[in-house]
Design a protein around this ligand. Structure first.
Ligand code: ZN
Ligand code: ZN
Length: 250
């Protein structure tokens, strides 16, 4: 079965002047996921079950909170909280009985012997409670599809390689992910051409940002205070976002 390939969002973000077109796509995927989880998903029992089991990471919980739909978030959080309390009860029981088992051992046995696994298990279970974000999972799937589409377009759309070559590269995270995906979907001369272009624009644009942030710091020297800012005024924000991904907003 031929998979439908939607090239429009890629064209759109590559036509914007930005440090990473994939970050723009990531931001759109995040905002539509926020809308979905605060809206429709509340009415879908299968999604509710998933949310109740896994919840969201700190970043995505915060995004939903900032979106302002307190009732949507409350409805979802209420049942997730109920499941969490149930899990916490079982977890506390596990930790208590492991501690009781440890307490029963003599000091010599505790130093020399193997510690009971129950306590570590209980702690690992607690730590795992906040790293199973449903939104991260959806966004990961969208981003994999977008990266595949970029590679597909590089090979099949005559105008795309030029636009790609004129872009400012990507953030470090999306650069690594795209480079990783390249040999899975491209081969021969196209692969070589793509990797040459990508690594070249990436380096050139990191070097540009290095100069821009350098000038930002130099502008604080009184001797430079009347000299023009050039592109450096927002260089800190763009550098942080380039070094990681789009985490800092205006
Ligand atoms: Zn990015
Ligand atoms: Zn997340």
């Amino acid at each position: 079965m031929k998979q439908h390939i939607d090239t429009a969002p890629i064209w759109e973000s590559y036509r914007e002047d930005c440090e990473c077109p994939l970050c723009l796509l990531n931001a759109k995927a995040e905002s539509s996921n926020v809308d979905y989880f605060l809206g429709e998903s509340v009415m879908e029992p299968s999604q509710r079950i998933e949310v109740n089991k896994k919840g969201f990471c700190a970043r995505h919980f915060k995004m939903m909170y900032d979106a302002g739909n307190r009732l949507g978030l409350a409805l979802m959080t209420q049942t997730y909280m109920r499941e969490t309390v149930k899990a916490l009860r079982e977890n506390a029981e596990k930790a208590r009985s492991a501690a009781a088992e440890e307490a029963g051992k003599s000091i010599l046995k505790r130093i020399g012997g193997k510690k009971s696994a129950g306590f570590d298990e209980a702690v690992a279970e607690l730590k795992g409670m906040d790293d199973q974000c449903l939104m991260c999972k959806n966004i990961r799937e969208s981003m994999d599809r977008y990266i595949y589409t970029v590679l597909y377009m590089y090979r099949h759309e005559a105008e795309f390689p030029k636009l790609f070559g004129e872009s400012k590269g990507m953030c470090l995270k999306h650069y690594a992910e795209t480079l990783e995906a390249a040999p899975k979907h491209l081969s021969g001369e196209t692969l070589k051409h793509f990797v040459d272009t990508l690594t070249e624009i990436e380096l050139r644009n990191f070097e540009r940002l290095e100069e821009e942030i350098d000038w930002f710091t130099q502008k604080f020297d009184y001797r430079n205070q009347d000299k023009p800012w050039g592109n450096s005024r927002d260089a800190v924000k763009r550098s942080v976002n380039k070094l990681r991904w789009q985490v800092v907003e205006d």
